[in-house]
Design a protein around this ligand. Sequence first.
Ligand SMILES: [Zn+2]
Length: 72
Amino acid sequence: MSIVRDNLMTRKGYTPYCGNEHCRLNMPRTRYISGQFQCGCGWRSSFEAEFITTYEAKWVDPAPQPREVGNE
Ligand SMILES: [Zn+2]
């Protein structure tokens, strides 16, 4: 299991950084949206469904975003 996946399964609220090396937002941490982790630049992660199912089962509320500052 990768470090990112390990963190996802053990650290509540953890999200990976954007994986777009040309991210116009300087590769911030992503947000969990509709079954994948998504960046404001449009990048989405590509975890397989099996992992996402396990992830969602682990965290009933998988998307706390206390660090997010924006205009939402
Ligand atoms: Zn991005």
